[in-house]
Design a protein around this ligand. Structure first.
Ligand SMILES: Cc1cc2nc3c(=O)[nH]c(=O)nc-3n(C[C@H](O)[C@H](O)[C@H](O)COP(=O)(O)OP(=O)(O)OC[C@H]3O[C@@H](n4cnc5c(N)ncnc54)[C@H](O)[C@@H]3O)c2cc1C
Length: 482
């Protein structure tokens, strides 16, 4: 350790290095606090040249590097590797350039998501992807996770709102992917880098698109006495040709805890509440709200409330935005899952999750991006009760396998990280996983950038060893089952 620290001290100023336990402890986990690992050292470079110098030392000494933004990730992506380096981009937090005419901003990776919209606001513009963590999370983390949010149904995920990414690879190269024009020559490597979970390069600059702030936004809040009807209503709103600015669902447990916490005005007797937002010019919004209300009523909504002004709209959303901390008030711990399913299966999947609550003896609140089919079951447990965390993990893994079963995926926006690495064995064949590893090797031949995250090894899948049969074929049928 001492020689590694000395080598890093030779290329970075002392103020950029944290090496004792007291200083490095805050970096031992990300938002998924159930998994922890102390790093050997934490680096806080202040510019791209320092990042390149630090990477060169790590490559020479074969030290694993974990890039880190704000550490709000929920899949352990920024959790340190034992004996490795955490490379934080927190100090690269400058908005380099904002061009209201081109509607773009060039920002350093440590800029907070919300800070981009705040800087763009005087020009009537904003950055559309809005993770609920937007007050804290960074654009570097958003790029690495391809983050989404309430407004992504209409405006797209990070991948649809980023034009260019500049990053440093572990062989010391600076690569620029994408361009400031609408298209870039060659293969679309920008889309490969977005969502690559810090495994291909350290992002040092991002060009994002800005969009005009809508003149008006209103939200319809619809109550349902049956979760199946609410699930079907989501599919029917989209089938009616409406693309809401946001379409979110909360089940009874989540509306009850959120209501107690922030008094959003929710119908706490409803089995489920849908929040459907429309934005645009006033005439357009009025017409869309009327159409949404009609579809929701036809689907059996028992009550509808339309926000009358901006204060009421924000109040309706406040419960949704505070649902996670609200659940934290009623349970010592909770585990937030993230999977995506085709919208038409929402009702069926919610019923199956309800049955799993019985099976595992744990409560689960559902609050999620229903329009995208992106589930966020919040499994409640008490880490101090022996076995409960393990049951919560099993419960979560079952939900992800259910997502795959109905034709969905094991992640929507939180990434695979360390949390869902076993579930990757269920979703993908060995040949597919090998292709992912080959892409990683092309960018990171030394294999030191966030190793052992997101893509499971053959050995791990064999150990996971579940007897899943997909399309009539058992994966890894040649491997012994442990
Ligand atoms: C309360 C709460 C609500 C949330 N809501 C949402 C939501 O609505 N939608 C959503 O998508 N997510 C949500 N998240 C998850 C999380 O905020 C996002 O994944 C976010 O993008 C992480 O950003 P970060 O800066 O905190 O990254 P970190 O957690 O620090 O890192 C995340 C990943 O990005 C990599 N990384 C970070 N910076 C770089 C870089 N410069 N170069 C290369 N790799 C890098 C890390 O190695 C890691 O793999 C939520 C989290 C919390 C705690």
């Amino acid at each position: 350790m001492n020689s590694a620290v000395a080598a890093l001290r030779a290329v970075l100023p002392d103020r950029c290095i944290l090496a004792n336990d007291e200083e490095t402890r805050p970096y031992e986990c990300d938002g998924l606090a159930a998994y922890r690992q102390m790093p050997m050292i934490v680096l806080l470079p202040e510019n791209e040249a320092q990042i390149m110098a630090a990477i060169a030392v790590c490559r020479q000494l074969n030290l694993p590097i974990v890039p880190r933004g704000a550490g709000t990730g929920l899949s352990g992506g920024a959790m340190p590797i034992a004996g490795g380096v955490v490379l934080s981009t927190a100090r690269l937090n400058r908005i380099v350039r904002l061009d209201p005419t081109a509607r773009t901003a060039v920002v350093q990776p440590g800029v907070r998501n919300l800070a981009i919209s705040e800087a763009a606001a005087p020009h009537g513009l904003y950055y559309a992807p809005d993770p609920s963590s937007q007050i804290a999370c960074t654009i570097g983390g958003n790029v690495a996770e391809n983050s989404g949010g309430v407004h992504c149904l209409k405006y797209g995920l990070t991948v649809h709102n980023v034009l260019r990414v500049r990053m440093v690879t572990t062989d010391g190269e600076i690569v620029e992917l994408g361009s400031e024009a609408l298209d870039a020559p060659g293969l679309d490597l920008l889309a490969v880098a977005i969502g690559s979970e810090g495994m291909l390069g350290v992002v040092t600059e991002v060009t994002v698109k800005l969009v005009p702030k809508p003149r008006v936004a209103r939200v319809v809040m619809a109550s349902f006495d049956d979760i199946v009807k609410a699930g079907d209503a989501v599919a029917n709103v989209i089938a009616a040709g409406i693309i809401p600015a946001g379409l979110e669902m909360m089940d009874r447990l989540s509306t009850q805890v959120a209501e107690e916490f922030v008094h959003a005005g929710y119908d706490t007797q409803a089995a489920a509440v849908l929040l459907c937002e429309s934005d645009g010019i006033p005439e357009e919004v009025e017409e869309e709200i009327a159409r949404m209300s009609e579809v929701l009523s036809e689907c059996g909504a028992t009550a509808l409330a339309v926000s009358r002004d901006e204060a009421e709209r924000l109040r309706f959303w406040s419960g949704r935005k505070n649902a996670f901390p609200a659940v934290g008030r009623i349970s010592p711990d909770y585990y937030c899952m993230d999977g995506t399913i085709p919208r038409k299966h929402l009702a069926h999947v919610l019923q199956r999750i309800e049955a799993m609550e019985q099976k595992y003896g744990l409560r689960c609140a559902n609050v999620f991006h229903a329009g995208d089919g992106n589930l966020h079951p919040l499994i409640m447990f008490d880490a101090n009760v022996p076995g409960e965390f393990h049951r919560a993990e099993q419960f979560g893994a079952d939900i992800l396998e259910l997502c795959v079963e109905v034709g969905g995926t094991i992640t929507g926006e939180h990434g695979v990280g360390i949390e869902k690495i076993n579930s990757m064995c269920v979703q993908f064949s060995r040949a597919e996983l090998d292709a992912f590893l080959a892409v990683k090797r092309a960018f990171d031949p030394a294999g030191i950038l966030n190793p052992d995250k997101a893509i499971p090894t053959l050995h791990r899948c064999a150990e996971y060893g579940r007897m899943h049969v997909r399309h009539g074929r058992m994966p890894f049928s040649n491997l012994p089952r442990f």
